[in-house]
Each structure stands twice: as C-alpha cells, then as structure tokens.
Design a protein around this ligand. Structure first.
Ligand code: GLY
Length: 353
C-alpha cells in the first residue's frame, strides 16, 4: 500500500511513498511523448526499469547518465545534458525524470526548469534524505566555484515517487543521516515523530510512517511558502551550524550528521534564551544520541561563526537561527547574545569559549 501526501501550490502534486512507488511513473507520465531519465551509474538498473515501465506505457524514454553525487551538480554536466536533450529533441510537451539521491534530483530539476524555459520533472528519490527533503519542494540547482546551490530555480515537480524498495541498498550511515531531517521535522512540528523514534531510534520499524510524517511537515511549509520568504525557513532548524560544519569540514561530514550537531546546538541556544526548558534541551541530545547521530563537534569556533555569518540564509551580516519557543513552535532568533552563543557552543564542543 502506498501513502500519498499532497503538496499545495500553483500546480499541486503528490508525494507517493511506499514499496513499488516508482511504477507510478507510467500513470504520472502517460501520454507524454518523450522522457529523459537522468541517473548516475550506480542506479542504472533502477533507471532501466523506469525506461521499460515508460516504454511499455507508450512513452519514448531514454536514460541519460550523469556523474554520481555532487560531481553531477556542475555547469559542465548541465551543459552536456542540455546537448543531449537537444539530440533527443525534447520539447515543452516532454518531461525529465530524476532518479537518485539529492544531487541527481537537484540537477534533474534544474535541467527541467531551464530546458525550453521549463518542462515537467518527476522526482524518484532513492535516498532517505532525498525522500524527506531534497526531492520535495521544488528547490533545484547546481554548484559553482563560489558555493553550493548558488545557481538554481524553484521548479516544483509534477510528482515525487519515493519508492521505499530503494532504501534496502542504502548504507546504514546514509539512512541515519536522512533520519536527522526526520527528527528535525519532529522537533519543529510533529511530536508523533519523536514518539516513534523514542520507540525505535533506528527508525527501521516505522520507516514509511516516519517518511510520510516528515514529508507532511515539509509539504505544509513549501505549500505555504514555495519561495522561502517565510515559514519555509523553519525547515532550516539545526542547519545554521550544520551548514557551517559541512563547509569547515570541506563536505567530508554527511549532511544529516552536521545537522544533528546543529540541532543540539540550536536547542542549547534556545535553552540559554529561556525558550526551551532544560528537559526539552536534554530531549534533543538524548534522542539524537539514541539514533546514533553525533551530538558533539570540536572545531574552530571563530571560524564557524564567520562561516555562519555568510550562510546563504543569513541576511546581511546578521546571524539568524531557527530556534524552538517550546517543542513544535519554531521561530527566528536574530543576533543572539554572544554569551548564549558561547554557552551553546560549549554544550556541543565541551569547550568554554
Ligand atoms: N531543505 C530545505 C528546503 O527545502 O527549504
């Protein structure tokens, strides 16, 4: 049985979650003349199955191979695929399918957003992180020398097919990393997620329900604020320090691991500001630790603060954090007291600044 989460907007769409969800490609793209199925080499089998499903439904589908991981998100790769789209003769009636983790779905979405000024994209995320975050909400883009995701477009998909069969081959550490975005959704909006993770911190016993609940949290935010000028920013809980750790570590840390430390930091900061009780701060650390995610990080505090000030979510040079004013009640804290920041840093680093 599949679970379905509607996402509101100018062109509403559904996120379909469950084993075998990828086969819905035939329904979603029925009647489409041509489809380019963009994927990285490790997902050749899944892409082959998608091409076959589409061809059986009478759609002329072709696989387009791109590099794996962040190496896909470059202007050079985008230019090569645009050439390929030209050779395939893709028009505005046609569509792109992105099969893969967040990097490939970001690229596929960007290619669809730009080809003939925008054609449909159906995202088929194969990582937990992709299912609960990257593939939902229409943020697409590539990286440049100046930074990640600096070139891109808001281009919501026509559908997201989160086929949980693809999680079987996902390395444990990648699954845990995706769970960091799930627990984030629990803290900002859905206490039932926290209870499910209390019952089974691995998330394995309730994977589909957790994905559905996390997608509902994201769908609510992006349905209301596609362009990220309001409530969508709450999805950034834990990300201000998390992004800085990723940058300082040259992206050697998994996104979810960096966000996990960022969540513990943000909770400690809210505790210092009197917005969370000591028990609520402890609840963050204990649950994240039980999930096998990191809760501490030792690094150069001055450098991290400098990086946080130029985070793309920062406005001007001010420091902005999503914090909780009680569990489930996110708000923005701008330029907190240095003493609160230093105390929150001590809580994750064990070092008094
Ligand atoms: N990953 C956060 C967002 O889509 O806004």
């Amino acid at each position: 049985m599949t679970r379905r989460v509607p996402v509101a907007g100018e062109k509403p769409y559904e996120v379909v979650i469950g084993a075998g969800a990828q086969t819905e490609l035939a329904l979603v793209l029925a009647g489409t003349p041509k489809v380019a199925v963009v994927h990285a080499p490790p997902l050749a089998a899944a892409a082959g199955a998608a091409v076959e499903t589409l061809q059986t439904a009478g759609v002329a589908a072709e696989a387009v191979v791109v590099p794996d991981g962040e190496a896909a998100k470059t202007a050079r790769v985008a230019a090569e695929v645009w050439e390929e789209f030209g050779r395939l003769g893709l028009t505005r009636s046609d569509a792109v399918v992105g099969i893969g983790g967040g990097a490939v779905t970001d690229l596929a979405g960007f290619l669809a957003a730009t080809w003939t000024r925008g054609i449909r994209v159906v995202q088929v995320p194969t990582s937990l992180l992709g299912m609960v975050d990257a593939a939902v909400g229409g943020k697409t883009g590539i990286n440049t020398a100046a930074g990640k995701n600096l070139v891109g477009a808001f281009h919501p998909p026509a559908a997201v097919l989160a086929d949980t069969d693809s999680l079987a081959g996902l390395p444990e550490a990648e699954f845990r990393s995706g769970m960091a975005e799930v627990v984030k959704c629990g803290f900002i909006a859905d206490g039932a997620i926290l209870e499910l993770l209390d019952a089974d911190p691995t998330g394995r016993r309730h994977t589909e329900e957790l994905i559905e609940r996390a997608v509902r949290v994201k769908a609510t935010a992006v349905g209301e604020d596609l362009l990220d000028t309001g409530v969508r920013e709450f999805l950034n809980y834990g990300h201000t320090l998390g992004h800085a750790i990723e940058r300082v570590e040259d992206f050697g840390w998994r996104h979810g691991e960096a966000v996990a430390v960022g969540l513990v930091f943000a909770a400690a900061l809210a505790g210092e500001a009197g917005l969370l009780t000591p028990d609520e701060v402890t609840r963050h650390r204990d649950l994240i630790a039980a999930m096998g995610l990191p809760t501490s990080y030792a690094g150069d505090w001055d450098r991290l603060q400098a990086v946080m000030r130029v985070d793309k979510k920062a406005r001007g040079a001010s420091l902005r954090f999503v914090v909780l004013d009680g569990l489930g009640n996110p708000r923005i804290l701008t330029d907190p007291d240095q003493a609160w920041l230093d105390a929150a840093w001590a809580a994750v680093s064990g070092v008094n600044a």
